[in-house]
Design a protein around this ligand. Structure first.
Ligand code: FAD
Ligand code: GLY
Length: 379
């Protein structure tokens, strides 16, 4: 096999990049050790929570807003390319303040967003019922964010799988990349055990498992798994129309009638167990927001590993090894950030220069003044 580009990892990030590159005419392969989307990308809640999960202004917030703005078209393009509807639901999100919480404190984020001109609406406790009658009557206020939406991320992964195959991407599932191959200071391909695959460019999009591939090259990039436990419940009629957040939980209604409840954020290594404590706290927090959920049926529970980094920001861009790119560390926002990541990585690969928007997310930020400033090792 001799490809223009090999993508390591068939999650939402790897598949979105593969699609963009294949549509630009490159010969691309995705190598995935399990099945497409089998890790964080299928475990996610699919929220496009650019504003409701924002921690402040800056390049990351800008990246999230840009990607959110691309989503309607991204979803439509995937529908055309795969025939699969990824269920882009555009009802906005509601962040609910519960009794006993300090409204000012818990909605401080809304003040800087409102001052900066981002759309949101403050609702009094009594007005919440008009929008979402299923929310507890004891809620004291809420913020409605009209532009934060959701997609069905399992369908998103199904659509990406079909779309990349139709675009000519060679998808190799059940194959683990064990080593990155260098030719002097340039990437030459990847090894899967004794099999070698050559490529002009390699993109490591291996989510929480990215560090292990980079370490042998002297690239000490720490990507840390952050476990998220989730539950799906079901019942009729669905008591909510849109995604709800409280300070402890989010609740996501799907078109098929399931309601997702998520998620914990835990640093428990690579264990994907669902724990009694996790389920107990999620159910308690969700039924506080939507009391009727107490009567609903438990359908499913699962856990996934978010790829986190030391500063909780993604690592996207070149590595110092010629033609080796990274696209990982998307932590809580990989579904949201897939279209913009794919566009900018493809732009960087095709033009040979790093787009300005990616500069704050380069791997160099972890290397400044450390031993990792040394040249990459050659194998
Ligand atoms: P992954 O989906 O983990 O994919 C990496 C892939 O690489 C895996 O399939 C793995 O098998 C493969 N791989 C690893 N090593 C190798 C190797 N050596 N060789 C071959 N293949 C390899 N984000 C949002 O935007 N909105 C949300 O609402 C949201 N909710 C979330 C809820 C939960 C519970 C969790 C866990 C995450 C959530 N996220 C959300 C975050 C989002 O899921 C991740 O940021 C995103 O899926 C990361 O995508 P990825 O492709 O980088 O990683
Ligand atoms: N963005 C939702 C989560 O990571 O749980």
């Amino acid at each position: 096999m001799n490809k223009d580009a090999i993508i390591v990892g068939g999650g939402v990030i790897g598949c979105s990049i593969a699609l963009k590159l294949a549509e630009a005419g490159l010969k691309v392969a995705v190598i995935e050790r399990g099945r497409v989307g089998c890790e964080a990308s299928r475990a996610a809640a699919g929220m496009l929570a650019a504003q409701s999960e924002a921690t402040g202004v800056g390049p990351f917030f800008d990246l999230c807003l840009r990607s959110r703005a691309m989503y309607r078209e991204f979803a439509a393009h995937l529908k055309d390319a795969s025939g699969i509807d990824v269920e882009y639901k555009d009802e906005g999100m509601l962040v609910v303040v519960l009794e006993g919480e300090d409204v000012k404190e818990s909605t401080r984020w809304a003040s800087w967003q409102a001052e900066a001109g981002f759309p949101l609406e403050r609702l009094s406790g009594s007005a919440i019922g008009d929008l979402e009658p299923g929310v507890t009557e004891s809620a004291t206020g809420a913020i409605f964010i009209p532009d934060d939406h959701q997609v069905e991320n399992r369908r998103l992964m199904d659509a990406l799988e079909v779309a990349i195959k139709r675009a000519g991407v060679e998808l190799m599932e059940g194959k683990e990349v064990t080593r990155l191959l260098l030719d002097r200071r340039r990437i030459a391909g990847v090894a899967c055990g004794s099999e070698h695959f050559n490529a002009g460019t390699v993109v490591v999009a291996a989510g929480s498992w990215s560090s292990a591939l980079l370490e042998p090259l002297g690239l000490n990039v720490e990507v840390i798994p952050a476990r998220g436990q989730m539950i799906a419940v079901g019942g009729r009629p669905c008591p909510i129309k849109r995604v709800l957040h409280s300070s402890k939980v989010y609740v996501v209604p799907r078109r098929d009638g399931r309601i997702l409840i998520g998620a914990t954020i835990e640093y428990a290594g690579f264990q994907k167990s669902v724990t009694v404590n996790g389920i107990h706290s999620l159910l308690g927090a969700a039924t506080e927001v939507v009391p009727i959920l107490k009567n609903f049926e438990m359908i499913e529970s699962w856990a996934g590993l978010r790829p986190d980094t030391a500063d909780h920001l993604p690592i996207i861009g070149p590595t110092g090894v010629e033609n080796l790119f990274l696209a990982t560390g998307h932590f809580r926002s990989g579904i949201l950030l897939a279209p913009i990541t794919a566009q900018l990585v493809a732009e960087g690969i095709l033009s040979g220069s790093v787009p300005d928007e990616l500069k704050p997310f380069g791997v160099e930020r972890f290397r400044r003044g450390t031993s990792a400033d040394t040249d990459p090792k050659v194998n």
